[in-house]
Design a protein. Structure first.
Length: 327
C-alpha cells in the first residue's frame, strides 16, 4: 500500500513537471523556493461592437522571479480578429510568430500599455520636420504624398496618421508606423531642368512645315531667332528619384508636333521625363538624356543631319542610276 501511494505521488509529480508546475533538482536541500515578486499588467478583451480590442477596467497581478524582467503583452497593431490575441491576463511575453505577425506586442515596465505610433503630420514638405504621436492608439500606418517620377510630390495630399483612402492611390502612399520614428518622411527628389514650350502645337508644326529657319539661306535670321524664342520657354523644373536618369522629351524633327503635344498631354506628362510608352510615341516623340537636352537648337541639328543624310542617299542613287544607263 505504501509502495502504491509513493508511486501515485511520483506519477502526479511527473505530470506537474510536464505542465511546468514542478521543477526537479538533485542535490541535498536544493528545493528552496526561488524569490519572486509581483507586478501589474493591463488585460484586454475583444469588443464585438467595435470589432477592436479594448483595455479592461482592472489590472492583472503577475508574478515573476525577482531576477527576471517585467514583461506584459498587449494586442498588436495587426490584431484585427479575436483569435489574433488570446492572453487573458496580459502577463508574460508574446510568441515569436505572433510578434512577427504584429498580433502581439511586448512592453517591459509595470502597467505598461501600447504606445501610439509617430508620424510626420504636416501639409507641406517644409513643415515635415518632426514626427509626433498619433492621437488614435489603434492607428498602425502613416501616409504621405506619392512621389511621381519626373514630376515630384503629388499635390493635395498631407503627411498624416493613418492609411491612404482607397480612392487616393494616384496621389498617396502609406507605410507601417512605429512608436520610435515617423516612417512617412518625404523624399524631395533631385531637381533638373527640361525646356518647356509656350507656343501652340500648331505653331511648332508650322515651323517645321515651312523649313524657312533651317534650309533657306535667305531666311531672316532675326525673324527666325524671334520665332524660336516664341516657341521655346525657359527651363521647366523637373524632379527625379536618386538613381533615375535625367530625361526630357521633344517632338521628332520633321514630325507631327501637334500629335506629340496631344500625346504627352493625354499621358498627363510635360517635357520632363521620357516619351510615353505608346506605339504612336515612336513616330512623334523622342527622348533625350541630360538636363535641358531638349533645346530646340538640338532639334534643328537633328533635322539638318536627317536632311543631309537624305540628300546624300538621293545623290548616291542618282549616281548609280546614271552609271547603269551609261554602262
Amino acid at each position: 500500500k505504501q509502495w502504491y501511494q509513493r508511486r501515485v505521488a511520483i506519477t502526479a509529480g511527473a505530470t506537474k513537471k510536464t505542465e511546468g508546475k514542478c521543477k526537479q533538482c538533485s542535490t541535498g536541500s536544493c528545493n528552496v523556493k526561488e524569490a519572486t515578486d509581483t507586478f501589474m499588467c493591463h488585460a484586454y478583451s475583444w469588443d464585438v461592437t467595435t470589432t477592436k480590442f479594448t483595455k479592461n477596467a482592472g489590472k492583472s497581478t503577475c508574478t515573476k522571479k525577482t531576477a527576471s524582467p517585467i514583461s506584459c503583452t498587449m494586442p498588436g497593431r495587426s490584431a484585427t480578429e479575436s483569435a489574433h490575441y488570446t492572453s487573458v491576463t496580459g502577463c508574460g511575453t508574446c510568441s515569436v510568430a505572433d510578434k512577427d505577425a504584429r498580433h502581439c506586442e511586448d512592453c517591459t515596465t509595470d502597467s505598461c500599455e501600447q504606445q501610439p505610433i509617430k508620424c510626420f503630420q504636416a501639409t507641406t514638405l517644409a513643415e515635415n520636420t518632426v514626427a509626433t504621436d498619433c492621437t488614435d492608439i489603434a492607428t498602425n500606418k502613416c501616409s504621405m504624398p506619392k512621389f511621381i517620377e519626373y514630376s515630384g510630390l503629388a499635390a493635395g495630399q498631407d503627411y498624416a496618421c493613418g492609411a491612404c483612402d482607397s480612392d487616393t492611390s494616384e496621389t498617396c502612399e502609406d507605410c507601417d508606423g512605429s512608436s520610435g520614428s515617423g516612417c512617412n518622411k518625404a523624399v524631395a527628389g533631385e531637381a533638373f531642368n527640361c525646356y518647356d514650350y509656350t507656343a501652340s502645337a500648331a505653331a511648332i508644326a508650322e515651323k517645321w512645315a515651312e523649313d524657312k529657319c533651317d534650309d533657306d539661306e535667305n531666311a531672316d535670321a532675326t525673324k527666325c531667332a524671334s520665332h524660336i524664342a516664341a516657341i521655346q520657354q525657359s527651363d521647366l523644373s523637373c524632379k527625379r528619384m536618386e538613381g533615375t536618369d535625367a530625361e526630357c522629351n521633344h517632338p521628332i524633327a520633321n514630325g507631327d508636333a501637334a500629335k506629340w503635344s496631344a500625346l504627352i498631354t493625354s499621358a498627363g506628362q510635360s517635357t520632363c521625363g521620357p516619351c510615353p510608352v505608346e506605339e504612336t510615341a515612336i513616330k512623334v516623340c523622342k527622348t533625350c538624356t541630360g538636363a535641358s537636352c531638349n533645346n530646340i537648337t538640338e532639334w534643328r541639328t537633328e533635322k539638318e543631319d536627317d536632311s543631309g543624310a537624305f540628300r546624300a542617299a538621293t545623290t548616291f542613287i542618282l549616281l548609280v542610276s546614271f552609271l547603269w544607263i551609261i554602262l
